[in-house]
Design a protein around this ligand. Structure first.
Ligand code: F6P
Length: 364
């Protein structure tokens, strides 16, 4: 789709779970576009891809993006629209992909800026393949997007989870108990790993390093023998035992569907209590990890990524996610990002260094 002369028409949407700095990133894009002298019209689609499918948008101006650098959430709203359902018709038989294309062309857009995580990028790449001009920005507290060292939202979530562990630490010093803090991350353990180290957790359990319950209880007992009367465990939502890691994806899903516990923290609590005879308490910060104002790091990152995205748009370079590598902003072809997950490498130096400080990952 060729540009439309002097006026720039930019569609924008935020998709998937929200995170801090979505607004900051959109502000970065709009401010970056203003560096050009053309008039810019922003079509803000409501609630992610849903807005694009059903042509539900607001006309926005640069003023709408003023004063939102520090505001959490997303002024556009968001929703989860799983990639696998994109090619299925909606309940009225509407072809969603065709509808998105139709609305894009009807509005005569020069580019669609999409802010999202993994699933969002699969659909963004599909739209690119269908011929639309797409630029994306990497948002997610999970930090699991391929092709970028960092996603915005991650550092803010780490700060919040760390604060939770810090608060638990002070009460832990008064009681002889095991405290389990369940941190967000079903598929990856980046937030748990960083918050765990930052908060001084004794045991960190992440999906990438399956745990052995015996190793966990031995680590707790060792602390008790050393005169340390409490233990803090940071566990990712998706942490998995060595035993369960042997199951096929399907078998594990079926097992989880039958699990009697609300989440991994409750399952571990019961098992640890049985094995160590210690009292266990659970804390789940949940969606607070995605809430509130973005931390300074995320404000800087998202502003830079937004401005770099604007630059690509002005240069008519489409089909990229803007990311960051070794501190510099980069562009990554969407087809390289879509469908890949950036997981924690169990052999990474950060894991070895954490182990050197005495942190147990429950593996050996
Ligand atoms: O993808 C971000 C994330 O916050 C995950 O860490 C978490 O597991 C999930 O979203 C929660 O999703 P929802 O907000 O749909 O409950």
């Amino acid at each position: 789709m060729e540009g439309c002369g002097l006026m720039l028409r930019i569609g924008m949407l935020t998709s998937g779970g929200d995170c801090q700095a979505l607004n900051a990133a959109m502000r970065g894009v709009v401010k970056g576009l203003a560096s050009d002298n053309r008039e810019v019209q922003i079509y803000g689609f409501k609630d992610g891809y849903k807005g694009l499918i059903y042509n539900n948008f607001s006309m926005l101006t640069s003023k709408d993006f003023s004063g939102i650098l520090t505001v959490g959430g997303t002024i556009l709203g968001t929703s989860r629209q799983p990639f696998k359902t994109m090619k299925e018709p909606d309940k009225n038989g509407l072809n969603k992909v065709e509808a998105m294309k139709r609305n894009y062309y009807k509005l005569n857009l020069d580019c669609l800026v999409i802010l999202g995580g993994n699933g969002t990028h699969k659909t963004a790449n599909l739209l690119k393949e269908e011929g639309l001009n797409i630029i994306t920005l990497p948002k997610t507290i999970d930090n699991d997007l391929w092709g970028t060292d960092m996603t915005f939202g991650f550092q803010s979530a780490v700060d919040i989870a760390t604060n939770t562990i810090d608060c638990i630490h002070t009460t832990a010093t008064s009681h002889s108990r095991v405290f389990i803090i369940e941190v967000m991350g079903h598929k990856v353990g980046w937030v748990t790993l960083h918050a765990g180290i930052a908060g001084g957790a004794d045991i960190i359990l992440i999906p990438e390093i399956p745990y052995d319950l015996n190793v966990i209880s031995e680590a707790i007992k060792k602390r008790t023998r050393a005169g340390k009367h409490f233990t803090i465990i940071a566990v990712a939502e998706g942490a998995i035992s060595k035993e369960d890691a042997q199951l096929s994806k399907k078998e594990y899903k079926q097992k989880l569907a039958k699990r009697k516990y609300a989440s991994i923290a409750y399952e571990l609590a019961e098992q640890i209590q049985e094995k160590t005879d210690q009292e266990v308490r659970i804390t789940i910060p949940g969606h607070t990890q995605r809430g509130g104002s973005p931390c300074a790091y995320d404000r800087v990152l998202s502003t830079r990524l937004g401005a770099a995205a604007a630059q690509l748009i002005l240069n008519k370079e489409f089909g990229y996610m803007v990311g960051v590598k070794a501190g510099e902003t980069i562009k990554v072809p969407l087809e390289e990002v879509a469908g890949k997950l950036k997981v924690v490498d169990p052999n990474a130096r950060i894991i070895k260094e954490a182990k050197l400080t005495g942190i147990s990952f429950g593996d050996k």
